[in-house]
Each structure stands twice: as structure tokens, then as C-alpha cells.
Design a binder for this molecule. Structure first.
Ligand SMILES: Nc1ncnc2c1ncn2[C@@H]1O[C@H](COP(=O)(O)OP(=O)(O)OP(=O)(O)O)[C@@H](O)[C@H]1O
Ligand SMILES: [Mg+2]
Length: 584
């Protein structure tokens, strides 16, 4: 080492590997999230409060959906002090047992959803427990719960988390002498704030009601005001079904992990049980290309053997993943919901066919566009002093509203990527528009653990764009029609005005009766306008809107879609034939 360099480091000698090794520690997932609450969306005073409500309410809705109960949810927010609130969420769901209550509310990455491929609002196992932790670290208090399953007495308990171990601690478990089926969670939080903004609990619940017309949701605000979003539909949505992973998306690691916990005794039967669309034919084909016995114990599979199997998967043509486990809200329900909440002039709703994104996950897009009426949200005041409406994009994932990380979400990106001018909207951002988009999937590809934005997977973007364009075209026809009507009216007024003036001049020049000339001219104008209208009707009957431009991009995408579907149809036929022969 050079003399001057030595001098520089003197007095602050570097650590040895052994000394650094003393610092080596393991951490639990709870400790990790305790230090990174922002990753759970628990950051910012307003956002945190809404996220807490979101976590509890999505859990209540999920629980009711699985058990086929019409949800009745009450959210109460009380102000206890400055930036200090108590949140209570009560549902009429299936309740929790004494065995599960601790894990449900006091252990991160624990729950009934993460390991199941199902269309539910929760999918990670950190929502409710994340809230318990936030309450604990901001107030030092436990989360209270009262729950009953309808069997035996309900009970109350206090839950905390031991972050070092990521283990729940239950205290004061008390059996209650009353009837109660459901779950009521009450927790206190500091550093949060209740306001009435677009990102506040009220708006969150309003949107939840739009996408869940079968749910009755009540909010009691800190002021004591009670707002009820009444259920508009009494039929309970179908129970979500669990789906198996599709072999095309499986990795070596997935295979090993599934095999390790398999109950099957042979690799062949394990494959059939673990994967979607896996029949005897596929097992036979895998068997042909591997160097070991397909009858071996799946728990003994090595990495190299699993790799051989995955290589065989690539050679087999499987039927596309099942999509029948997806439960859309449906066009008529979205229509009814948007009509009652936005009361628009015009409404167009589309539920696309299911599709599959990377990894073999089925998904489906639903889009509703409401125009005019109370559609959009209040924006700036215009020159005439009237409040102008602006575009409102309502994003949903598995029926749960997404209010944050707007810019990073595939839905926003898809809306922004559409050339709305084509659909008669010169300035779509300042149009009275509500765009409703619901993405459903057995696994929503969120961009983060906070579950606020959807990642822009190619297949998802394509479907979103097609759905938006399809609804956009309907809006265009409507706006075009409205505009033509307005133009026609203006034309009629102008012709009549001139006809009156011309009649006076003609009467003067010819010495004829002014009224007679005027009547004749008016009849002429009327005839001319009627002829124009007739022409327009004929064009419309032929399916040509008078001023419709050809939407090249849409036409191209639709043509491609049709071509792909035809191709798939042909392929499917051969696969179905194969399936009938035993595969699938
Ligand atoms: N109100 C409730 N009624 C019945 N079960 C509930 C209720 N709230 C939570 N649970 C159970 O507790 C588990 C953990 O909830 P938590 O919100 O932490 O995770 P999750 O909903 O599975 O996933 P996510 O982290 O994405 O929300 C759930 O999987 C569910 O089984
Ligand atoms: Mg949850």
C-alpha cells in the first residue's frame, strides 16, 4: 500500500470476514414488513386508512363469497385524537375458529388463499395481519376480534404479533353468551387521517358497491354520519372454484415443489392430479421421453428428472387452460350498477371472452363506459362558470377497487394508449366519461405487495385495448348520432330563418302574398331535410354510419383475433379428438 493511502485509512481499520460474520442474522417475514410497511400500501396518512379498510372489507367479501352468504358489511371509523383513529369492520360471513383466528390476524403470509389458484380478492396472506402489525407499532395496542361460526358460542380475543418469530399471540379469549355469526375486527391506528377525497374510504366503498351489487355496505364516518350502499341484486355470485396450474406455464421448481407435497404414489398419477388438462395420453408421452421410470415416487424426483419432464411438456400440445373457474360480474349487472350510480346518458358494457396470460393464468376483462349524465368526476370550472366533468377511471381487480398507483397500472396505460379522437372524443380527459374496468383472474399479477396496480402483461394489455375499443365504438356511434341531430336542428333553424327573410323579399318583388311564399319555402326546406334523413337511414340500415371513419387499428386487431380464433378452433378440434382418445 502506498504511504499516503495507508495514512488515510489509519484509525479506521476495515472489518475482517469473521467480524462481519458476527453480524449475520436471520429475520422473519414479519420483521421485514414491519420495516417496510410501505410495501403493503400502508404509507401516507390517507392512503393507509383506505388500505386498512380495503384489507378488512376484501376479506369479508371473499369469506362471504366462498360460503355463499349475501354480504352485509359495516365499517365504522372513529376519530380518537389527532391522526388517531379506530376502525371496526363487521361482517356476516362464516367466522373464524379458535384455531385459525390467530393465524388469520396475527401471522404474515398465512391464510386460505395464497396456495389456491382461485378468483378471490386476497391472494397473499398479509392483508389483515399487516394491519394488526401497523396497529401494534403505532399504538402499542392489540387488535380485538369477535367471531362466531354459527356452531357453538362466539368468542372474543385480542391478537398481537411477535415480529421476531412471525407468530400470533392470543390474549383474553372469552366465550360470549350471545348469538353471532361473522367476524368483527376492531383496531386502532396512529398517523392516519380521514378526509373525503377520491382516495378516501367513502369513495373506496362506493366503488366496492358498484362492483359488488349483491353486497350491502354501511359506512359510519367519524362525524357519525351513516352512509348505506344498498344491495341492488339479491343473487349471490357463483362460488369461485379452485383451478390447477396449466403444464405450459410450469417450471422445474414448480414441479419439484408440487411433487414434494403430493399424495400420489407415482409420478404419472401425480402429473394427472397436479396439472390442468393432463390426461393418460400426456402421461404416456412424458413417459416416452424420460430416462427414468414414470412409476417412481414423485417425492423422490431430482432436479434433473424434473427438468426432463418439463422438456417433455414443451413437446406436448395441451388443450388451452380451463377458464370456467372465472366469474365475471356480467354485462347486465355492471349496466344496472352503473345506471343506478352514474345515471349516464349513454352506457356500453362489454365482457370479453376469457384469455390466458404468461404462466398459463386465465383472466377476463369487463369494461363499461358511461357517457354524460353524472358520468365522470367534477373537474375545473369553465369560462361560463360551470363545473366541467372530467374522465373517471374506475379500476378493479377481482371486483376490488384499485385507488392508488394509477400511473403504474395496466388499466390506466391501456386507457391512455387508445386514440379516443377516433371515437368522437377530442379531449377525452375532459369528457363526461366513467370508464369501468374489472380484471378477473385466479392470480392477479400485481406490481407490488400493496396490490394497487396491475402489471402490463402483453396479453392483458391486448385484451384491455380490445375491450376499450369495442365499447369506444359504441360511444362513438352515440356521440355521432347526437351531434348529427344537433347539426340537423341548427340547419333547420337556419333554413327557416332565411326562408322567412327570402319570402318577404320575393313577395315584395313579385307582389304575391308573403304568407303563401313563406309556406311554400318552408315546405321546400322540410322536403329537403326529410330527403337527407331518408338517405341517412338507408346508410345506417346498411351498417354505414354516415361519418364513421374506418378504425384501422380496431379492424386489424379484430381480424387478427378472428384469425387466431379460427386457428385455435382447428387446433382445438385435433386436440379434442386427441382428448377423446384419452388425453385431457
Ligand atoms: N372476515 C373474515 N372472515 C373469515 N375469514 C377471514 C376474514 N378475514 C381474514 N380471514 C382469513 O384470514 C386469512 C388471512 O387474511 P389476510 O388478509 O391476511 O390474507 P389473504 O386475504 O389471504 O391475502 P391478502 O394478503 O392478499 O389479503 C384469509 O386467507 C382468510 O382465510
Ligand atoms: Mg386479505
Amino acid at each position: 500500500m502506498a504511504e499516503d493511502e495507508k495514512a488515510k485509512t489509519e484509525g479506521q481499520a476495515g472489518l475482517s470476514a469473521e467480524e462481519i460474520a458476527k453480524e449475520f442474522k436471520e429475520h422473519s417475514v414479519a420483521e421485514f414488513f414491519k420495516k417496510n410497511m410501505q410495501m403493503l400500501g400502508l404509507t401516507g396518512k390517507i392512503k393507509t386508512l383506505t388500505t386498512i379498510v380495503h384489507e378488512y372489507v376484501t376479506n369479508s367479501l371473499d369469506a362471504c363469497e366462498e360460503t355463499k352468504i349475501l354480504p352485509d358489511i359495516e365499517v365504522q371509523i372513529k376519530e380518537l385524537g389527532e391522526e388517531y383513529y379506530e376502525i371496526t369492520v363487521k361482517d356476516n360471513g362464516p367466522g373464524l375458529t379458535q384455531e385459525t383466528v390467530g393465524k388469520a390476524l396475527g401471522k404474515l403470509l398465512a391464510g386460505t388463499k395464497f396456495h389456491r389458484m382461485m378468483q378471490l380478492r386476497g391472494q397473499q396472506g398479509i392483508g389483515a395481519s399487516g394491519c394488526t402489525m401497523l396497529s401494534q407499532i403505532t399504538t402499542g395496542k392489540a387488535t380485538s376480534v369477535i367471531t362466531g361460526t354459527g356452531k357453538g358460542k362466539p368468542f372474543s380475543a385480542e391478537v398481537t404479533i411477535d415480529p421476531k418469530k412471525n407468530e400470533p399471540k392470543l390474549a383474553n379469549v372469552t366465550m360470549l353468551d350471545k348469538e353471532f355469526r361473522g367476524t368483527m375486527i376492531r383496531a386502532k391506528f396512529k398517523g392516519v387521517k380521514y378526509v373525503n377525497s377520491e382516495q378516501a374510504p367513502l369513495e373506496y366503498l362506493r366503488r366496492t358497491a358498484v362492483a359488488n351489487p349483491h353486497a350491502q355496505i354501511t359506512l359510519i364516518e367519524p362525524s357519525g354520519e351513516k352512509i348505506v350502499f344498498k344491495r341492488t341484486l339479491k343473487d349471490i355470485p357463483a362460488r369461485p372454484t379452485e383451478m390447477k396450474p396449466h403444464p405450459k406455464g410450469a417450471t422445474i421448481d414448480d414441479l419439484i415443489t408440487l411433487a414434494k407435497y403430493s399424495d400420489s404414489r407415482k409420478v404419472g398419477s401425480f402429473l394427472k392430479n397436479a396439472f390442468d388438462r393432463f390426461g393418460d395420453k400426456a402421461v404416456e408421452e412424458v413417459g416416452k421421453g424420460i430416462s427414468f421410470d414414470i412409476n417412481k415416487d414423485p417425492r423422490q424426483l431430482t432436479w434433473d428428472e424434473a427438468e426432463e419432464i418439463i422438456k417433455q411438456f414443451k413437446k406436448i400440445t395441451f388443450i388451452a387452460p380451463r377458464t370456467d373457474g372465472l366469474i365475471p360480474i356480467s354485462e347486465d349487472r355492471i349496466e344496472k350498477s352503473l345506471k343506478s350510480i352514474v345515471n349516464p346518458e349513454f352506457l356500453s358494457v362489454i365482457t370479453r371472452k376469457p384469455s390466458v396470460y404468461k404462466g398459463g393464468f386465465p383472466f377476463q376483462i369487463e369494461v363499461g363506459i358511461a357517457y354524460g349524465g353524472n358520468a365522470g368526476r367534477m373537474g375545473e370550472t369553465n369560462e361560463e362558470g360551470q363545473l366541467q366533468r372530467r374522465i373517471e377511471i374506475m379500476r378493479f381487480a377481482n371486483r376490488a377497487p384499485l385507488l392508488f398507483d394509477t400511473g403504474g397500472c395496466a388499466i390506466t396505460k391501456a386507457v391512455q394508449s387508445i386514440d379516443w379522437k377516433r371515437y368522437g372524443m377530442k379531449d377525452y380527459e375532459n369528457a363526461p366519461l366513467t370508464i369501468f374496468v374489472n380484471l378477473i383472474s385466479v392470480h392477479i399479477p400485481y406490481t407490488g405487495a400493496g396490490k394497487q396496480a396491475i402489471s402490463d402483461e402483453d396479453e392483458i394489455m391486448e385484451e384491455l385495448r380490445l375491450a376499450l375499443m369495442e365499447t369506444g365504438r359504441k360511444i362513438y356511434t352515440y356521440i355521432g348520432h347526437q351531434r348529427r341531430q344537433a347539426e340537423k336542428e341548427a340547419k333547420r333553424k337556419m333554413f327557416y330563418k332565411y326562408a322567412t327573410e327570402v319570402a318577404a323579399a320575393v313577395a315584395d318583388l313579385t307582389g304575391k302574398n308573403k304568407k303563401t311564399v313563406e309556406d311554400k319555402l318552408h315546405a321546400l326546406v322540410l322536403k329537403h331535410l326529410k330527403m337527407e334523413e331518408q338517405k341517412e337511414k338507408e346508410m345506417e340500415a346498411k351498417g354505414e354510419a354516415p361519418e364513421e371513419e374506418i378504425d384501422e387499428e380496431y379492424e386489424k386487431r379484430k381480424a387478427k383475433e378472428k384469425k387466431d380464433a379460427d386457428k385455435k378452433g382447428n387446433k382445438k378440434k385435433t386436440l379434442v379428438e386427441r382428448a377423446e382418445g384419452g388425453d385431457g
